[in-house]
Ligand binder design. Structure first.
Ligand code: MN
Length: 335
């Protein structure tokens, strides 16, 4: 079977974590098919104007920078290290893409899988209580934001909400996980038709959720290695070390050794704390402990070299080695 090139590119874009340059995904249905729950003009403005401008602003902010080769997931995972423009527009692109994916007109909806249904019963007792909790999270979100159904790193379903265009993949958010369902509670999502009646919009949009699609997202999420990355990133000693690593290694890459010369003692101290700390359950294995031991040794060596007044070139090389060792343990990098 011959697949048109743009279809292939679209599939690649949606399945391999949104690669650059980003583009507006096509809606699965026409703007008018979501009515009366969401009117055609709201759908069109939201998709063709709002979402399109998030995509444009994101591409514009990334082109020619060192972030140009990163996937959307990479950009969001370390949102706290990004500019507001990247954080907001990367989040907005991801959030809206998910939202379009899980909405369907009533006649086009498919059924929830047994797997998701069992998980909902386990974590929420019933679909009714899930709905109540979700709509409460969505209606009590102050100002602009999103409500989420996510799979947490320990593979539980959770309902959360975030402000602006943040989402649960981001390091700036407390309750993290992989979103499988989302509702946009920005006024631009409902104001034309519902004005200030957010609760009426929420009840209407709830009926457009295609649980068959959410089931697919659930199955993908519980098997996604991103859950492990999220669990690693919830390791406090790791986060502490990572901060010092980022603030000393990245300047050293461009020849600035001042940060590590000033902070080598702290760098080594955080490495000791990291080795002594308990890793998250999914990571508690020999390879991780061996990796941490090597990393601590390297940090010790760097600290001694700094104290001896080692040359810049030596420190640059050692910092790069420590960074490699670190990412053998940690995986993702945010530069
Ligand atoms: Mn929106």
């Amino acid at each position: 079977m011959k697949i048109p090139l743009f279809t292939l590119l679209f599939l690649l874009g949606t399945q391999i974590g949104f690669t650059q340059p980003f583009f507006l995904p096509k809606l699965p249905y026409s703007y008018s098919e979501y009515a009366p729950q969401i009117d055609a003009l709201t759908m069109e403005t939201h998709h063709a104007k709002h979402h399109q401008s998030y995509v444009n602003n994101l591409n514009k902010a990334l082109v020619g920078t060192r972030m140009e080769s990163q996937t959307l997931i990479d950009l969001m995972f370390y949102a706290g290290f990004r500019s507001d423009v990247v954080r907001n527009n990367a989040g907005a692109h991801y959030n809206h893409s998910l939202f379009w994916e899980i909405l369907a007109p009533l006649s086009a909806q498919s059924e929830m899988s047994q797997e998701l249904s069992t998980a909902i019963t386990k974590d929420f007792i019933s679909m009714d209580s899930l709905k109540k909790t979700f709509l409460n999270a969505a209606s009590s979100r102050f100002g602009s934001g999103w409500a989420w159904l996510i799979v947490s790193p320990d593979k539980k379903l959770m309902i959360t909400s975030t402000s602006n265009q943040d989402n649960p993949i981001m390091d700036v958010v407390t309750e993290r996980g992989i979103p499988i369902m989302a509702i946009d509670v920005w006024e631009h999502a409902y104001y034309l038709n519902y004005q200030n009646r957010r609760a009426d919009y929420l009840n209407a949009v709830w009926s457009l959720i295609n649980w068959g699609k959410v089931s697919e997202k659930y199955t993908m999420a519980i098997n996604d290695s991103l859950l492990i990355e999220l669990e690693k990133d919830s390791w406090p000693a790791m986060m502490e070390f990572h901060k010092v690593m980022a603030q000393t290694f990245h300047p050293s890459e461009s020849g600035d050794l001042q940060p590590i010369r000033k902070r080598s003692g702290e760098f080594f101290a955080k490495a000791i704390l990291l080795t002594a700390s308990a890793p998250p359950k999914s990571l508690n294995n020999i390879a991780i402990h061996e990796g941490l031991t090597k990393l601590e040794k390297k940090c010790n060596e760097i600290n001694s070299l700094v104290k001896k007044g080692a040359k810049d070139a030596v420190l640059i090389k050692k910092m790069a080695e420590s960074h490699d060792l670190f990412h053998n343990v940690q995986g993702l990098c945010h530069d």
